[in-house]
Design a protein around this ligand. Structure first.
Ligand SMILES: Cc1cc2nc3c(=O)[nH]c(=O)nc-3n(C[C@H](O)[C@H](O)[C@H](O)COP(=O)(O)OP(=O)(O)OC[C@H]3O[C@@H](n4cnc5c(N)ncnc54)[C@H](O)[C@@H]3O)c2cc1C
Length: 374
């Protein structure tokens, strides 16, 4: 039996993978399924292959196949292709284009005026990279569908049950302790810890010393801007110059009229999952609103909705996917994990079953680089 702690995107996908492959599984979630206190709520996340780092371009391609498997198995429509644009001098569209060419991912590099003709809702000043194999994934729908389907396939789902610790058994396996008087203990062969921003707190109570890389939890904020032309089709985009911003069609989070979600990638406020305020940073609102007014003439430059969310960042922005004894740590956030969800579910499930090949970039004890994967 495999226990999974946390029903955010990663725990839900892990439980689905395990149940789909016929393994006895218990998924334990501290709050209601689909809650908004962690990293996985909201209707939209970017799926893209455009990374400066070939590893993530390759993994996103593998994830794409598994998104289709998850959609087929759950009957839910989760991935919507829109294409993606990368622009801004700091984003290095030419460098990313070279990486996509190497990986055989279709793409076009355009001048600012060519791109402006095609996407008049943007104001470009330099080269623009377009690749069609990109779009949005619906995070809320993914958590709901994966959890529901895992249960249909026989997984036990305990929601509103908090894991308080774990004891590793000398004879093998682990006992997971909870705050639920009806299920105070869950005995498992292995436990997958997919606790997102709660990981730093929980790790110390897991019965084995888990040598985590330094983790930084930040509160981020996202803003939704209404489209001036409701019929315009918006690609997802990543822009980097002095600021680093991204945007994507909002889905239902933007309200009844079509809207685009825009946010800063690396301007979060350090916090913890327990103490975060949930209050949207007014400075970030001003920065994003001013950028939208300058760069996205296709949007009305006043946000119609906003939300906060938590990043859990490693210094190198690589994921953690590793195992210590019977404890698997699955912490793939650093602000870019959602697009890989069903692949992470498979890797975490395989680690728990003792059959995954560990990737050195995701190892707990790796030497920490400072360059981010982009
Ligand atoms: C604002 C924002 C925008 C993002 N945009 C993108 C994007 O465009 N593209 C992309 O690829 N990625 C994006 N990401 C990253 C992506 O959303 C995360 O990688 C992903 O949501 C992480 O999911 P998780 O399951 O690890 O964590 P979480 O969603 O936080 O889930 C952890 C779960 O564990 C539960 N838990 C914790 N402790 C316990 C306990 N003791 N007992 C029981 N349960 C417990 C929590 O309640 C929670 O439900 C974004 C993230 C944010 C915050």
């Amino acid at each position: 039996m495999i226990a999974v702690i946390g029903a955010g995107l990663m725990g839900a996908a892990t439980a689905w993978r395990l149940a789909r492959d016929g393994h006895e599984t218990t998924l334990i979630e501290a709050f209601a399924i689909g809650h908004r206190r962690g990293s996985s709520h909201g209707t939209s996340r970017i799926y893209r292959r455009a990374y400066a780092d070939p590893l993530y371009t390759r993994l996103a391609g593998q994830a794409r196949q598994l998104w289709h498997e998850l959609e087929d198995d759950t009957g839910a429509h989760l991935l919507r292709l829109t294409g993606a644009l990368d622009f801004g001098a700091g984003r290095d569209p030419q460098g990313i284009a070279a990486n996509l060419a190497e990986a055989g991912v279709p793409h076009e590099l355009m001048t600012a005026s060519q791109a402006s003709e095609r996407w008049p809702q943007f104001r470009f000043t330099g080269p623009v990279l377009h690749h069609p194999d990109a779009g949005t994934v619906n995070a809320d729908a993914t958590v709901a569908a994966a959890t529901r389907r895992a249960a249909e396939l026989g997984a036990r789902v305990l929601s509103g049950v908090r894991v308080t610790g774990a004891d590793v058994l000398p004879q093998g396996g682990v006992v997971v302790r909870t705050d639920d008087p009806e299920t105070p203990e869950v005995r498992a062969d292995a436990v997958v810890v997919a606790a997102g921003p709660w990981l730093p707190d929980l790790a110390a109570r897991l019965g084995v010393p888990v040598p985590l890389p330094p983790l930084r939890v930040t509160q981020q904020q996202v803003f939704h801007f209404r489209q001036r032309d409701p019929a315009a089709r918006w690609p997802v985009f990543v822009h980097q110059e002095r600021l680093s911003l991204y945007g994507l069609p909002s889905g239902a989070d933007g309200g009844p009229a079509p809207a685009v979600k825009v946010a800063q990638h690396n301007a979060g406020t350090p916090t913890t999952a327990r103490t975060r305020s949930g209050v949207v940073d007014p400075v970030s609102r001003d920065v994003v609103t001013a950028w939208v007014a300058r760069t996205l003439p296709g949007l009305e430059p006043a946000p119609v909705a906003e939300a906060s969310c938590l990043y859990t960042l490693t210094p190198d922005e690589d994921f953690i996917l590793d195992r210590v004894g019977p404890v698997v740590i699955a912490s793939p956030c650093s602000g870019h994990g959602a697009k890989f969800t069903p692949l992470i579910g498979r890797i975490a499930a395989d680690l728990a079953l003792g059959r995954a090949e560990l990737h050195p970039r995701f190892a707990l004890g790796r030497p920490i680089r400072t360059a981010a994967p982009g």
